[in-house]
Design a binder for this molecule. Sequence first.
Ligand code: PMP
Ligand code: GLN
Length: 383
Amino acid sequence: LVGSDGSVYPTIFAEMSALAARTGAINLGQGFPDEDGPAEVLEAARAAIANGVNQYPPGRGIPDLLEAIAEHQERFYGVLLDPGRDVLVTAGATEGLAAALLALIDGPDDEIVVFEPYYDSYAAVVALAGARLVTVPLRWPDFQPDLSELRGAVTDRTRVILVNDPHNPTGAVFTAEVRAEVVRLAEQHDAVIVTDEVYEHLVFDEPHVPISTMPGAWDRTLSISSGGKTFSATGWKIGWVTGPADLVDAVLAVKQFLTYVNGSAFQPAIATGLRLPDAFFRSIGQSLKAKRDLLGAGLLAAGFDVSTPAGSYFTVADARPLGATDAGAFCRELPHRAGVVAIPMTAFATPARRAEYATLVRFAACKRVEVLEEAASRLAAAH
Ligand code: PMP
Ligand code: GLN
C-alpha cells in the first residue's frame, strides 16, 4: 500500500479521475453517477440538517434507518430482520466490509476466498488484517466461476467466502448454481459468507437474489449494501451490514473503533430513499440498462469486443482487436488519443493472474446519455 520511497500509492480510481481532470477527458473510469438521485432523498438530508440532526447518531445507526433497512429487505427479498439486533449502519459498504473482515479474521493462517478480478479494497483489507487472499478467477466473456476451481479454493482454512454480486468490475450476476455452491462449501468448511450487494438494484434481467436467502445460508452470512449506488449519492457513505445478531455484533465491536458513527443527517435521507415506491427501484435498473446498451454499441462500433453485463455500473471491453497488448498503457494513453478515461482490469487482479486480463478495460455506464454518446463518438473517431 506504501511505496519503497514512503509515498502512498493512490487507488486506481484516484489516479484515473485525476488523469481525467488533468486532460479534460470524459471520465468513464471511476464509478459514480453524474446526476443527482431522487429529489425526496436530497430534500430529506436538507431537512435533517435544518432540524438539527447534526451530532453523533447512535452507534448502530438511527432507529428510523435500521427500520427502513429491515422493511426494504422484507419488501424485496422476504427477509425478516430484527432492526435492533440484525442491522448495523456503517460508513459506506467499504467500512462494513473492512469491519466484517477485521472481525472475522483471527490470524495469518486464515484464508479469505474472493472472485478475481475484485473490487480493490478487498485485497487491501485482507492484507491489513494479516490474512491470506485466495482467488477464484472469473474469465472473459461471461465471468462466471468454474465450480471445480471454486471447490478447490475453499478448505478448512477458509474463514470467509466474500461474494460481490452483482459484480464489480465484470458486471456479472452469478447463477443460482454458483450461489448454491458457495453456501454448500461454506457449510462444509464452516466458513462465513460475506456479501457485497451494493449493486442490488442495478440489475438488467432478473431481480437480485441475496445469498442470505438461499437454504442454509442465513446463520453464516453477513450481507453488506449501501445507499451510494441506489440513490446516486456515492459521497454520502451510508452503508449497512445485516445478518444474525451474533455476527453483526462482532462487526459492531470493530466498527465502533474505526469511525464510531457517521453521516447523521444522511441517515434519515437514506431511510426516505429505502421507502420509495417499487417503481423507483425498477426505474433505476431500466435506465442503466439503456445506458449499458448505448455504451456497449459505442464500444463495438469503436472496434472493441464487448462482454454484456447483467448488472452493475460497468461494461468490460477487450481492446485486443485495437492492437492493445497492455490495458494499463492503453488506458493511460486513451485520454490523450480519444479524450476518454477508463480503468485497466489488471488493477483488480493479483500479480499472478494479471496476464489473463492484460487487454481488458472497464468502462462505467452510469453517466448521462449525452455524455455516453459523446464518449462513443470520440472513441469511434480515434479508431
Ligand atoms: N463494493 C463495491 C463492489 C463497489 O463497487 C463499491 C463502490 N464503488 C463499494 C463497495 C463501496 O461502497 P461505498 O461507497 O458504499 O463504501
Ligand atoms: N466503486 C467505484 C468504482 O469501482 C469507485 C470507488 C472508489 O473510488 N474507491 O469505480
